[in-house]
Design a protein around this ligand. Structure first.
Ligand SMILES: Cc1cc2nc3c(=O)[nH]c(=O)nc-3n(C[C@H](O)[C@H](O)[C@H](O)COP(=O)(O)O)c2cc1C
Length: 302
C-alpha cells in the first residue's frame, strides 16, 4: 500500500500537493474548488494591510516554456480577504495564509489577523521579484528577515513558513537565519526575475517591464535551490517551481522537499492537476517499491 500523506512540522497533509500562492485563490469559492480538485493544502493569495490595485495590464504573458507575470500583488487587503479565509475555516484541508509587508510590525499585525481568521499556517512572502519595497529588499536582508521571523513567531501559535527567492546570492545565509529565528519551514522558490521584449514595438511586453518567470522552465532552478537549502537547514522544505507531473514532484522530494506547491500547471493541466499529480506519484512509487514519501525526501542528498 502506497501512503502519500506528509507532514510539515505539526501540519498533516493527506497528500503532498499544495496550491501555490497567487493562482486561483482570489476568494473562498476558487480555493474551495482547488480543494475539491484534490489539493492537500491551499496557500492564499499574498495579502497586505491595505487594498492594492496591482500593476497595469499586460500583467501576464505566456512564453514558450512558462508564464511571465508582474501582477504587482493585487489584493483587497487583510480585512476584506479575511472574510474569505473565514468561510473555509471548517474545511479539513489546511489553509496557509500568505502575507507580505515591509517591516516586522506590519508582518506581526497581518500574521495575528490571518491566525484569527482561521489560517492553519503562515507563508511570509519575502521573495516577489517585482514588488518594490515588499519583495527582495526584505528577502535578501538577513538582519531584517530574522527580526521579522522572530517577531511573528512570538505573536502567533500557528507554524510560520518563509518563501524564498532564487534571485538572491545569499540564499543559504537567509534560510539559516530563518531557521535560527525558529521558522517552521522554507518554501522554495518564488518566480525567477525575467523579461520579454516585443520585437515589433521594441518594448518590454509587460507594463512593469520585468516580471517573474514560472512553469516548466524554472524547475531545475527550484530543484537546485531546494537541494542547497536541504544541505543548510534541518527544518522542512516545500518545493515549488515548474511542478507539472508526479515525476516533477518526486524530483523535488529527492532534492529534500517534504511537500510541493503547484502554480502554473493549474493553467497548463487544469484544476484536476492535483489529483493527476497524486495518481502519478502513487504509480511511480508502486513501480519503484516505495511506500512512503518519507523514503524519498532528500534521497539525492545522501
Ligand atoms: C500569476 C501568478 C501570480 C503569483 N502571485 C504570487 C503571490 O501573490 N505570492 C507569492 O508568494 N507567489 C506568487 N506567485 C508565484 C507562485 O506562487 C510560485 O512560487 C511560482 O509561480 C513558481 O511555481 P510554478 O512554476 O508552479 O508556477 C505567482 C505566480 C504566478 C504565475
Amino acid at each position: 500500500m502506497v501512503d502519500i500523506s506528509t507532514t510539515i512540522g505539526p501540519l498533516r497533509l493527506k497528500n503532498p500537493t499544495m496550491l501555490a500562492s497567487g493562482i486561483m485563490d482570489e476568494d473562498a469559492g476558487s480555493m474551495q474548488r482547488m480543494m475539491d480538485c484534490g489539493a492537500g493544502a491551499i496557500v492564499t493569495k499574498s495579502i497586505g494591510m491595505q487594498p492594492r490595485e496591482g500593476y497595469a495590464n499586460p500583467t501576464v504573458v505566456e512564453l514558450e516554456y512558462g508564464l511571465l507575470n508582474a501582477m504587482g500583488l493585487p489584493n483587497p487587503g487583510i480585512e476584506l480577504y479575511g472574510e474569505e479565509v473565514k468561510k473555509l475555516r471548517t474545511s479539513n484541508v489546511p489553509i496557509i495564509g500568505s502575507i507580505y509587508a515591509a517591516d516586522a510590525d506590519e508582518f506581526v499585525s497581518l500574521a495575528e489577523k490571518m491566525q484569527r481568521f482561521g489560517a492553519n499556517a503562515l507563508e511570509l512572502n519575502v521573495s516577489c521579484p517585482h514588488a518594490k519595497q515588499y519583495g527582495l529588499e526584505v528577502g535578501c536582508d538577513p538582519v531584517l528577515l530574522q527580526e521579522i521571523v522572530t517577531s511573528v513567531k512570538q505573536n502567533v501559535s500557528i507554524p510560520v513558513f518563509i518563501k524564498v527567492s532564487p534571485n538572491i546570492m545569499n540564499l543559504v545565509q537567509i534560510v539559516q537565519g530563518a531557521e535560527k529565528a525558529s521558522a517552521d519551514a522554507i518554501v522554495a522558490i518564488n518566480t525567477v526575475k525575467a523579461m520579454k521584449i516585443d520585437l515589433e514595438t521594441r518594448c518590454p511586453v509587460l507594463a512593469n517591464k520585468t516580471g517573474g518567470y514560472s512553469g516548466k522552465a524554472i524547475k531545475p532552478i527550484g530543484v537546485r535551490c531546494v537541494y542547497d537549502i536541504a544541505q543548510a537547514v534541518d527544518i522542512p522544505i516545500i518545493g515549488v517551481g515548474g511542478i507539472t507531473t508526479g515525476e516533477d514532484a518526486i524530483e523535488y522530494f529527492m532534492a529534500g522537499a517534504s511537500a510541493v506547491q503547484i502554480g502554473s500547471a493549474v493553467y497548463y493541466r487544469g484544476p484536476d492537476v492535483f489529483k493527476s499529480v497524486c495518481e502519478e506519484i502513487k504509480t511511480w512509487m508502486k513501480n519503484h517499491g516505495t511506500t512512503t514519501i518519507k523514503e524519498l525526501i532528500g534521497a539525492a542528498c545522501r
